[in-house]
Design a protein around this ligand. Sequence first.
Ligand code: KG4
Ligand code: ZN
Length: 340
Amino acid sequence: MKFLLLESTCDETAAAIVTDELQVLASVVASQEQIHRPFQGVVPELAARAHLERILPTVETALRQSECQLEDLNAVAVANTPGLAGSLLVGLMAAKTLAWMLDLPLVAVNHVHAHLYACRISAGFDVFPCVGLVVSGGHTSLFDCHSACDMRLLGGTIDDAAGEAFDKVASMLRLPFPGGPALSELARQGDPSAYAFPRSFFNDANRLQFSFSGLKTAVRYAITGAGDQRDPRDVPVPSRQAADLAASFQRAVVECLVQKARQALSRTGRQRLCVGGGVAANWALREALQQAADEDGFDLILPPLGLCTDNAVMGALAVEHFRAGRFDSLDLDVFPGLVR
Ligand code: KG4
Ligand code: ZN
């Protein structure tokens, strides 16, 4: 069976064709980075319009790549939650139209859960049950994953997502959007112990929560001086100091993520940690997680970089829903807020 998978939750328009054996026949991702760069963040209206222009060409490219015809498809799947309303609508409408036109089953997936399913695809074996950590631009959440179709939220961020904090601190240092990758490269040249930045809830194992807004403010005042209300982007930062700030900030985020993942493993008694989302591409996080896995003896699954950031392949979670008999009707809606 061949599944057409669509992803348009935020600022990547993506399509993939994956078999029910999880063989990837095509994967296409059209990035909108250039469109949003001047604004240092994703502009929802521009994102929706760009999805509209790109969604059908992206599907056509995926069909060409896989040497499939529309008639060869057996199901259509789409991420309908969470995300930007306008962006989600474009993917959903495209998926519904194709499903109706081709008389195929429609399957909806949760984008955050799909980030964890990327681990199943890259591992090549059934990774469930496990603890799941999703670290992206919009989410920083821990799940107790009983199975692919049963992921229960253990806790998450009470303010910024980890990726969002990376992007905002990168913007303070005038690095190009999206700031995560640029900031992590700059951090390679810095001293991660140069600044003692806060690590919220660090030792409180009862709270599987994250908070990065205090950390962000601490970086801001390290640039401008405490209490100074100037825009940090207007304050020149010597390159040595910028690298130290980046490295110290990155270490604070990474240590919080690793610590909370360890606490979630110990609370649930699970032996495996699956990690997904754009920030899972971060080299320092990958190194620190591997070190924790070696020390504690849990099994760590990290997808390759291309399956960490937004892509459509991870929507193969739809294969599991399909097997469980979970289909959706053509009156399916989008749910921009996080649905657990
Ligand atoms: O999962 P994703 O592609 O989209 C969302 O679902 O949000 O994640 C995008 C986020 C952005 O905030 C981006 O800056 C961050 O992931 N990111 C990184 C790295 N690569 C992407 N953050 C830190 N280090 C990286 N190497
Ligand atoms: Zn994502």
